[in-house]
Design a protein around this ligand. Structure first.
Ligand SMILES: N[C@@H](CS(=O)O)C(=O)O
Ligand SMILES: [Fe+2]
Length: 297
């Protein structure tokens, strides 16, 4: 274990500290010590929820256009890590996925997120019918849920393929969520899984909605904010804007997956939750992510 880092009050400082720890090598192999250092730094980052002046530190990266969850690149870590800020719309989720043998450290900055973990098909704890073939797209049967955890603001979570697969979901039907993610080493491809069959597909997962706070392309620039002030001339993502943009959004038509552009991704987007906690009225069916583009079988 490492010591507890002094509070870090800006993403700029966090990035500088991450470069000190990871800039040369990144998180390679079983470098548990450095994993602890990164966890410590992520914990030390003070996101100052509710204080708009301080929140601006991360809100400038929280770009969102009312569509699926966005992945906003904050820093590409000298090629050794990626630091991203993700904005999750109401009820949105990632598909069940792995992390290409990289380390994933995340911190909830705002809202609520639930992490559901699954056994990695083919791992010893959940023997697969296809041992040694875990990178193929063949089915291994329904994925086994090994845990479900609700993250509270400021909480840091960590996952690696050795722990299992996961999906993240925003269970709130009326609020967005924002999270900070560090991946080391960075990766372009991961696998997304069908929770019911265990089938996996390779997926491009290095697409970013924005980099360094700037959107590439035609998307409307829209900053996620709970506050009534817009930042740097951007449009706040109020619910009225969201409603206006519902045209091609299937969020209110969950029973019609055929309207979803990418059926492969839609099929993968079944975040299988434990039913032990009973139905939650705030929960809505999850949306397919934009951020994963299925490329190959
Ligand atoms: N790994 C996902 C977010 S999450 O579900 O951890 C992504 O980078 O899009
Ligand atoms: Fe993930």
């Amino acid at each position: 274990m490492t010591g507890v880092s002094a509070p870090i009050y800006s993403l700029k400082e966090l990035v500088a500290r991450l470069h000190e720890v990871l800039g040369d090598q990144g998180l390679v192999g079983d470098s548990e010590d450095n994993v602890d250092k990164v966890r410590d730094l992520m914990n030390a980052y003070q996101c100052d929820l509710g204080n708009v002046a301080k929140d601006e530190d991360w809100r400038q990266f929280a770009l969102y256009d009312g569509g699926r969850y966005t992945r906003n690149l904050i820093d590409s870590g000298n090629g050794k890590f990626n630091l991203l800020l993700l904005v999750w719309g109401e009820g949105q989720a990632s598909p069940i996925h792995d992390h290409a043998n990289s380390h994933c450290m995340m911190k909830l900055l705002d809202g609520e997120l639930v992490e559901t973990r699954y056994h990695m098909p083919g791992s010893p704890a959940a023997p697969s019918p296809n041992p040694g073939n875990s990178s193929s797209s063949s089915s291994s049967g329904p994925l086994e849920v090994i845990g479900e955890k609700s993250l509270s603001t400021n909480q840091v979570a960590y996952i690696h393929d050795k722990i299992g697969l996961h999906c993240m979901s925003n269970p709130d039907a009326s609020c967005k969520a924002v999270s900070l993610h560090l991946y080391s080493p960075p990766f372009d491809l991961c696998r997304v899984f069908d929770g019911r069959t265990g089938a996996a597909k390779s997926s491009f997962c290095a697409s970013y909605y924005s980099s360094s706070g700037k959107i590439d392309g035609q998307a409307q620039r829209c900053v996620y904010t709970n506050h009534s002030t817009s930042l740097d001339g951007a449009t706040p993502c109020f619910s009225s804007i969201m409603d206006d943009e519902k045209g091609s959004d299937t969020s209110s038509v969950p029973s019609s997956p055929s309207t979803i552009a990418n059926d492969d991704v839609a099929a993968m987007d079944k975040c299988v939750h434990s039913t032990s906690t009973g139905p939650d009225q705030r929960r809505r069916p999850f949306l397919p992510p934009t951020s994963y583009i299925t490329t190959t079988n």
